[in-house]
Ligand binder design. Structure first.
Ligand code: GDP
Ligand code: IMO
Ligand code: MG
Length: 429
């Protein structure tokens, strides 16, 4: 039995989709524990590129059952668009199952996300505009709509009525928008209810029974540690807990069952949306990483902000998640750049900080303290063993390992499924 959690170690887009795809072939279930259709996970199989938003990338694994856990917020329109798109390409999404406790994103959550961002003006978070924050806010405020509410029309109507009582006041009086009719939301949900019902399960029970029978489960976190609502760069975060503890809450699998926590980390750093980013580059190297790394957001098409590897963040992520291993991605992007800076600590107003500063204000002032290593010039995209890598690439990986709080067990040398060096297989322990 194995229960592995995949967690983004930086600000997202580290390559969680690719890592899931590689491990997904060895597990029985791939569970998405948090987030919604704000994610964008890329999988490249046999030259074919798939971009998953709401569905776990495990939907492409032949034998795994993909599950949307209770911690996910589900947009039904986006769900069926994605399923139809995948099936049109020959993929099989028929095994998909959804927790009855997952919350539903409604059209009013999407409207609120967009108007709230507009009202924030210069202080906007740069959300994906998918209604994620307002849906989680309703969940915590206990006025959310859950998947199971689709089974009881009168309860569903009551819940929508009480949510809209307040939402319409906000939309009309604060945001100068039209009120939303209860019937319109009822019709929206009823249009999907019959199709979604056969997919709905008691996911907590199914997954724990599977573990008891010795099956393997992979949890594919969305977003990342630095976007976590508790541990990230608040308020420039998403509204869920993408960290390892959140994966337990978002799936109903207890912490004592977890056999490995795999942090996905890029060989440099990127961020989409607003918020502090100490190693961000504003010179030609930022453009270089953006172009050569193909750093364009899957979900919103925005260019990703780029910077050097930040070992302070990696150590922090290793701590708050309890990483047992890292999957280092995109090492190939650094080929031929001469010298590679690595941020090892911060200078905050003249004081050296080897670990995350106490406050966000200090983090906003953090200036990276770099050490540099020589890059390699050889093409590494065909390397499959650690010893195939040029010595300088090996040295870079080993230095990152020393600085980052967990072993670099997997190394990505290209986007393809096979372009991976496995130093220590997390499934074979
Ligand atoms: P996710 O959100 O963490 O799943 O990551 P994204 O899919 O948003 O972004 C990661 C991008 O990097 C995708 O385009 C992947 O195909 C690509 N990728 C993943 N691993 C590697 C790698 O080792 N090398 C290269 N060159 N690309 C990679
Ligand atoms: P994956 O899973 C990168 C960012 C948004 C914004 C903030 C809040 O592909 O790594 P939200 O719509 O969630 O309320 O936006 O979080 N964000 C991501 N950035 N990758 C993601 O997902 C992200 N999901 C949300 O850009 O800054
Ligand atoms: Mg992504």
């Amino acid at each position: 039995m194995a229960a592995i959690i995949i967690v983004g170690a930086q600000w997202g887009d580290e390559g969680k989709g690719k890592a899931t795809d590689i491990l997904g072939g060895k597990v029985d279930y791939v569970v998405k524990p948090n987030g919604g259709n704000n994610a964008g996970h890329t999988v490249v199989v046999g030259g074919e590129k798939y971009e998953l938003k709401l569905l776990p990338a495990g939907v492409l694994s032949e034998n795994a059952t993909p599950v949307l856990g209770n911690g996910v917020v589900v947009n039904l329109e986006a769900l069926f668009e994605e399923i139809d798109g995948l099936e049109a390409r020959g993929a099989n999404a028929s095994r998909l199952r959804i927790s009855s406790n997952a919350h539903l994103v409604t059209p009013y959550h999407q409207t609120l996300d967009r108007v709230q961002e507009r009202f924030l003006g210069k202080r906007a978070i740069g959300t994906t505009g998918r209604g994620i924050g307002p849906t989680y806010a309703d969940k915590v405020a206990r006025v959310g709509i859950r998947v199971q509410d689709l089974f009881d029309e009168s309860i569903l109507r009551q819940k929508i009525e009480s949510a809209l009582d307040v939402k319409n006041q906000m939309l009309v009086k604060m945001y100068n928008r039209k009120a939303i009719e209860v019937d319109a939301i009822m019709d929206y949900f009823m249009g999907y209810a019959e199709r979604v019902k056969p997919m709905v399960i008691d996911a907590e029970r199914t997954l724990n029974d599977a573990l008891a029978q010795g099956h393997h489960i992979l949890m594919e976190g969305g977003q990342a540690t630095m976007l976590d609502v508790d541990h990230g760069t608040y308020p420039f975060v998403t509204s869920s807990n993408p960290t390892a503890g959140g994966a337990c809450v978002g799936s109903g699998i207890g912490p004592t069952q977890i056999t490995g926590v795999l942090g996905i980390v890029k060989a440099y750093t990127t961020r989409v949306g607003a918020g502090p980013f100490p190693t961000e580059l504003f010179d030609k190297w930022g453009d270089y990483l953006q172009e050569v790394g193909g750093e364009v957001g899957v979900n919103t098409g925005r260019k990703r902000r780029c910077g050097w590897y930040d070992a302070v963040i990696a150590r922090y992520a290793a701590r708050v998640n309890g990483f047992t291993d890292y999957f280092l991605t995109k090492l190939d992007v650094l080929t031929g750049i001469g010298e590679i800076p690595i941020c090892v600590a911060y200078d905050v107003d003249g004081v050296r900080h080897d670990e995350m500063p106490l406050t966000q204000s200090e983090f906003h002032h953090a200036e990276p303290i770099f050490e540099t290593m020589p890059a390699w010039d050889e093409d590494i995209t065909g390397c499959r063993e650690f010893s195939d890598l040029p010595q300088r690439a090996q040295d870079y990986v080993l230095r990152l390992e020393e600085l980052s709080g967990a072993p670099m067990s997997y190394i990505g040398v290209g986007p393809g499924r096979d372009q991976t060096i496995v130093r220590n297989d997390i499934m074979e322990r």
